[in-house]
Design a protein around this ligand. Sequence first.
Ligand code: 26W
Length: 819
Amino acid sequence: AKFVSQEVPRDEVSILNSVFSHLAYTFHKNPSNTEAMDAYNGIAFTIRDRLLKRLEDTDSHFISINAKRINYMSMEFLIGRTFDNAMLALGLRKEYSAVSNTLGFNLEDLIDEERDAALGNGGLGRLAACFVDSMACCNYNGWGYGLRYRYGMFQQQIINGYQVEAPDCWMDNPNPWEFPRPEISYKVKFYGNIAKTPSTSSGYTWENAVEYDVMAFDTPVPAFGTKNVGNIRLWSCKTNDLFDLNRFNAGDYPGATGNMVAADILTYVLYPNDNQNAGKELRLKQEYMFVSATIQDIIHRFKLTGKPWSEFHELVAIQLNDTHPTLGIAELQRILVDEEAMSWDAAWDIVTKSFAFTNHTILPEALEKWPVPMMGKILPRHLGIIFDINLFFLQHVEKSIPSEREFLSRISIIEESSPQQVRMAYLAIVGSHRVNGVAQIHSDIIKATIFSEFVKVFGSDKFVNVTNGVTTRRWVNQCNPGLSALITETVGDESWVDDYPKAHLLESRVNDEDFRKRWWDVKQANKLRLATYIKDTCGITVNHDALFDIQVKRIHEYKRQLMNILGVIHRYNTLKKMTPEQRQDQVHRVIIFAGKSASGYYIAKLIIKFINSVADVVNNDKDIGDVLKVVFIPDYCVSAAEVIVPASDISQHISTAGTEASGTSNMKFVMNGGLILGTVDGANVEIAEEVGDDQIFMFGVLAHEVDEFRFNLRYHPDPLDANLQAVYDTIKSGVFGNPDEFNPLVECSHGPGDNYLVSVDFASYLMAQDAVDALYKDRESWITKSILCGSRMGKFTSDRSITDYAENIWNIEPSAVDA
Ligand code: 26W
């Protein structure tokens, strides 16, 4: 008999029996004391059984054919909930719905029992989650590697309009979606010194280091339409070996656990910074612990194949999700030369053929740099290796392109500041065979700006574009059942869920009256669902017949939530000047914000407070009533996005041109029949190409004009736009509270402080908003645009992104496990 050889039964009765069994034997519950949380757990554990079986099969399959594996290294995986996703992937949602009814529960309520796995900040972390989904669905041998943070992204409370952070204790509940793997553990070292020794091929060893044990937890990734299952392997510190027996025996109990605490702290908390590098020692340790365990695991699995090192890159692809795992380059080189007796050049050849690097931002404050003294203290051997990598690199450059010292110091991995700094992006470029940006405009910009010198050194072909995408499993099929039913009916079956370009068939129904009505009704139902969510979370009543205008994303100056709320004040001023009859004639709007700010980001936090202060005034103004409502939904997260995204009429993606690398929620909103109000930035550009320029609302200066406008604001400012001046006057009048408090926002949205060109784009932004109102009044044209946009989004599935990576970077073919 083969271990778990049979697919676990799929009929309702068998499922119910296994749920009873888990309730009784895993959770010590019987039908009379089963609460919603228990029911969720009991059911989830039966799904876990099914996923485990598929994970085993997938792993054996890929091992048996010696398949190349993608190792997607990311410090963040913003997974969200798994329950609903897994039921849909297994094709058992109906059965489970019946089973929960039998238990006396509504499946929708059980779904709400699950806490999000929020092991990420924003775009980069959510992209990683979409990518593992797509790797699995497209039958690639792909694993995610990351960290199992004890506390994920903080929970955001809004108190008196201010953001207050609370810890995200997501592990307080049992987690059905992970499998502890205590047998898979590695030693990770810190500190110590390097010694010269003839016993290694490099002549160096790393001595007197402090050792930690790091252990694996596997999280299977349910895949739709295939029996393949993916995996995210997350590392956590093991503390048992760190118990100090001497101190314990001497009665010093707290002292005996001191090292355990230190080890635990390593994976305690996700740094809640998005696009902002804090440069903290603990973060460097997290990065190294993650990288070291992952590289050791990759090598371990490679050795099981029995293949020679020269074939390593034919079996292993390693993708760096931004620079956060870049130490992996130095770690693999170190293991090969210090422990595997390999020559420097042979090792370096293996490293550069295996690694590839994705850049996700050009904001200077986000680029990772580590002070040389800090790295030398924590990772002395790696620092030595990085200096050697740099030396050989600069020597190569000097030989191939005779250059001045200036050029060499500009491309040096080591920045000659005091103290010196290791530029992680440069190390990633030098150690990788491909570097990619995440949307065409972004890939063009990095080649022309921050990495332009490297294009000269390595040639243009090393730098490629892979436009981001999102998984249609979660972001259409799961979050929008109404729309999914319409697409399924149009396509004839569910094949569009993993073949999204098929959604283009919707376009053939654009003139079908009945279809158009249902399209509209689906949107209205989703708006009603969001209105209920808003009532529950904010206590504000909104009318779902109004236009829903949504901006949800991390709060950041470059994303310009400030411009949005200044525009809201302009709208408020305009409405106030009207007669009641004129007002009722205007398009009614609900302006919805959500998003977290980094805890130390003063201006972003002030923007949150400001939005809430404006909302208070507008929402309580009797003159205004339902014509305008402003809402800030607290604690934006993946599961909130699943309610918010399907409910937009318009969503705003209004970053200063050139600053948003891609954006991915823009794709989700349009797939769900929302229109876009956006700047010529990131993936907005390609969305416009696909759906048609005239389908979406674009405004604002272009990326190549930004520098000149910044310069002008500083030295030759134009007079201030009259509407913006009027908005400032309203703020200064004190209607929204003490104007002094909000003065920093006035100062950073015009004149020399206006880094993100709010004042420059304000007039064209208001015009674009007027165009939105005008179109919304013409309901039939609006519906047409909405259907056309929704049907033309085939490009933006992450299945396409992953196929691009597979073909252009990883050189890997898919393979399905036996059905
Ligand atoms: C070291 C601090 C830090 C933390 C996170 C620096 C930078 C980051 C991320 C790279 C920020 C991020 O999430 N970038 C976003 O990546 C998305 C996926 O490619 C893009 O769609 C967004 O435009 C980009 O801002």
